[in-house]
Write a protein that binds this ligand. Structure first.
Ligand code: PYC
Length: 349
């Protein structure tokens, strides 16, 4: 029974050393209706403080576009996501990255990002972390590479082992100044924007964006998210708005803004959030407050910075953001899933 494609390093394709026919290891380890192997190699990194776990072995991910393969992973292998990212092997904060063969062979790879509750369209900090991980593994060299995501192709420019620029998918503001009544807080007004994930961006709120305020910030942004759902405020095609972004003046004069971003699984983004910075620049561009090519330094809740800028999309539907940041490898490890371990599939929700 095929249970896992192990991305080996014994072949000559640097990203998929197994080449067109990656070596398939037939793990005789099917456990409790899952096909988890006993050993799973991962590389951990952090980008501006936010962790990414790149998984170097795959469940069978099906065929087709990255979006189709994401569906396959979600419906057939969701146990992997929980086992890899949830406690006791992971935490609510970590974003996982499955590295997949690209659909278009001229691209370097495809990637599906996931977290403690599900899957992400794109992930800016995760893409920077993945690029640094691939460089660490010597699977890419400094220069330009193209990666497929479920929501489009992202270009990366690896400047050095730790510094990366990504050119994100199209970002745009869908609705400006939407007001929702948030129980316990009153009316809250924000913009609905897409930056690779759906965001509600709120500038008018009573909170200092200070790391010591994480609990009230989390409670407020979670309440905003629930109020949006209750009010039926969504992204395109009824997509749930699952990222809430508060912003305020930067603490450092060199920066333009500071943010706090609540992620779908109720953890806050330790980084300035690449897709959130993209959504923010889309709103600024729509208001005429940021010009193409003008630098935008987005500070996150830890004070770390993503450097952004944009150009208009050719069809005028939005902007193409670029985001630059740094990531560092924190671990090369092997997750172990002992069949006798009652929590091998993660602590149940
Ligand atoms: O950097 O885009 C991002 C991101 C999304 C969720 C966590 N980080």
């Amino acid at each position: 029974m095929q249970s896992c494609i192990f991305i080996t390093e014994r072949n000559n394709c640097p990203i998929f050393p197994g080449g067109e026919n990656p070596r398939i290891h037939w793990f005789q380890t099917r456990m409790a209706n899952t096909d988890l192997p006993i050993r799973l190699p991962v590389v951990d990194s952090h980008t501006a403080g936010e962790p990414t776990r790149c998984v170097l072995a795959l469940p069978d991910s099906g065929v087709g576009s990255v979006a189709q393969r994401l569906d396959h992973l979600r419906t057939r292998h969701d146990a992997w996501r929980r086992a890899i990212l949830c406690e006791p092997r992971g935490s609510d904060v970590v974003v996982g990255a499955y590295l997949l063969p690209p659909e278009d062979k001229s691209h370097a790879a495809a990637v599906v990002f996931f977290n403690n509750t599900g899957y992400l369209g794109m992930c800016g900090h995760g893409m920077i972390g993945l690029a640094v991980t691939l460089a660490h593994l010597r699977r890419i060299q400094p220069g330009k590479h193209r990666l497929e995501t479920p929501v489009g192709v992202v270009d990366i420019l690896l400047h050095s082992p730790n510094r990366v620029t990504i050119r994100n998918v199209l970002a745009y503001r869908l609705r400006a100044a939407v007001t929702v009544l948030v129980p316990g807080y009153g009316p809250v007004t924000g913009d609905v924007a897409w930056g690779g994930n759906w965001f509600f961006l709120v500038g008018s709120h009573p909170f200092p964006l200070d790391i010591r305020q994480v609990e009230p910030l989390t409670a407020f942004t979670w309440a905003v998210r629930q109020a949006l759902t209750a009010a039926g405020v969504t992204g395109t095609n009824d997509a749930e708005i699952d990222h809430i972004e508060l912003y305020t003046a930067a603490h450092e004069p060199a920066n333009h803004s500071r943010n706090f971003v609540l992620c779908p699984g109720k953890a806050y983004d330790r980084s300035p959030c690449g897709t959130g910075t993209s959504a923010k620049m889309a709103c600024l561009a729509a208001d005429g407050h940021l010009a193409p090519g003008q630098p935008w330094r987005q500070e996150g809740i830890l004070g770390t910075v993503f450097e952004g800028s944009f150009k208009w999309a050719q069809d005028g539907t939005g902007i193409i953001p670029t985001i630059t940041g740094s990531a560092y490898i924190t671990a090369e490890s092997t997750l172990l899933f002992d069949p006798a371990d009652p929590f091998r599939l993660g602590v149940p929700e």
